[in-house]
Design a protein around this ligand. Structure first.
Ligand code: SF4
Length: 312
C-alpha cells in the first residue's frame, strides 16, 4: 500500500497576528475546531487507500487548544497512526503535550519578524527537550543587515534545545502579500548553508538541496494531504495570480484526480517541462512559473543549478 503524509489543522485560532500569515484576520479569530468524529471518518476513508506515514498537527496556534480536546484528537489518531506526531507551534504558551515523548516539536520562531519573539525564546529555553525550528523567509528577515542576521544565527546556535533549523520560503498569499522574489530567498538560504558547517544545529536546507540533486526529494503533492478544521480533505493550491489557497476536495478519489491534474499541468508547463529538476526540485507545492523572467521559480532552481559547495 502506498503511503500518505497528513497535515491536520484542528483550528485556525491564533493569538499572534504575523504580517506574513497565510490566514485572514477573520480566520485567526475563529473558535470552531475539528470535530474528532469528523476526523475519525476522514482517517477511515484515507486508510482504505494509503498507509499513514507521517502526521503534522498545525494551526493557528495549537497550544491554545485545551488538553482535554487534545486527548480526544489523540485517541482518534492513535487508531490509525502509532508513530510520533509532529506538532507545529508558535510556543507562545506552554502546553502539556509539547513535552510528551510521542511528540516531535517544531517551533515557528522568526526572530524580529514574529510578535513577542523574546518571550517565545524564553519559553523555548525553558523546554526540557530538543526542537526543530522553522524560520519563514519573510520580507522582514530578508532585509536583516549582516550584523542582525549574525545575531539571529548566534541565538539559535546558543540555544541548546535547537536541534535543527529549516528555512521555509515565503509563499505569496492573499491576506498578507509581501514582495519577495525567489532569487532573494535563494540568496538568503545560500548564506545559511554557507555557514552551516559552523552551526551546532543541523540545517535541514543543506540536506534538502543535496537530496534534490540526488533526485531523492519529490516535489509532487501525491503523498501529502491536508485535513482542515471543518474535517474536509484539502490540498494547497494557487489562484490565477499565483497566491496560495487551500482547495477542499469531496473525497480521496477527488484528491487522486487533483494530483494527476497537478502532474499534467507541471509536466506540460513550458518552463518546468524542460527543467532537469522536474519532480525533484525544492518546491513544496508546485505551481506554474509566474515569476518575472529575471527571477527564479518556487522550486528554487538557482540553488540546484549552482548548488552551494556543501551540497554537491
Ligand atoms: S525547479 Fe522550477 S522550473 Fe524546475 S520543475 Fe521546479 S518549479 Fe519548475
Amino acid at each position: 500500500m502506498d503511503e500518505i503524509n497528513l497535515s491536520i489543522n484542528p483550528s485556525t485560532l491564533c493569538n499572534f497576528r504575523c504580517d506574513f500569515c497565510y490566514l485572514s484576520p477573520a480566520e485567526l479569530a475563529r473558535r470552531d475546531r475539528l470535530d474528532p468524529e469528523r476526523l475519525l471518518e476522514r482517517l477511515l476513508e484515507i486508510s482504505r487507500y494509503r498507509r499513514i506515514a507521517h502526521v503534522d498537527l498545525y494551526g493557528g496556534e495549537v497550544g491554545l487548544l485545551e488538553p482535554a480536546y487534545w486527548d480526544e484528537l489523540w485517541r482518534v489518531l492513535r487508531v490509525f497512526y502509532r508513530e510520533r506526531v509532529n506538532v507545529v507551534t508558535n510556543l507562545s504558551v506552554a502546553h502539556p503535550y509539547f513535552e510528551r515523548e510521542d511528540v516531535d516539536l517544531s517551533v515557528s520562531w522568526d526572530y524580529v519578524a514574529r510578535p513577542r519573539f523574546e518571550a517565545t525564546l524564553a519559553n523555548l529555553r525553558a523546554l526540557k527537550r530538543g526542537v526543530h525550528v522553522l524560520v519563514l523567509a519573510s520580507r522582514r528577515l530578508l532585509d536583516l543587515d549582516a550584523a542582525e542576521l549574525e545575531r539571529f544565527m548566534r541565538i539559535l546556535d546558543e540555544t541548546p534545545q535547537v536541534e535543527s533549523v529549516e528555512i521555509k520560503p515565503y509563499s505569496l498569499n492573499p491576506h498578507h502579500p509581501q514582495p519577495v522574489r525567489y532569487r532573494e530567498t535563494e540568496t538568503w538560504i545560500r548564506r545559511w548553508i554557507e555557514r552551516a558547517p559552523g552551526f551546532r544545529f543541523e540545517l535541514v536546507n543543506a540536506d534538502l538541496v543535496a537530496r534534490s540533486l540526488r533526485r531523492e526529494k519529490r516535489s509532487w503533492s501525491d503523498d501529502h494531504l491536508y485535513i482542515d478544521p471543518s474535517g474536509a480533505l484539502a490540498v494547497l493550491d494557487f489562484d490565477d495570480e499565483g497566491r496560495e489557497r487551500f482547495s477542499r476536495l469531496a473525497s480521496f478519489d477527488a484528491y487522486v484526480d487533483w494530483t494527476e491534474r497537478e502532474k499534467r499541468l507541471i509536466r506540460e508547463h513550458p518552463t518546468c517541462s524542460r527543467c532537469p529538476h522536474l519532480g525533484h526540485c525544492l518546491s513544496e507545492h508546485l505551481q506554474p512559473v509566474h515569476a518575472d523572467p529575471g527571477d527564479s521559480c518556487n522550486g528554487l532552481r538557482g540553488l540546484l543549478d549552482d548548488p552551494p559547495e556543501l551540497c554537491r
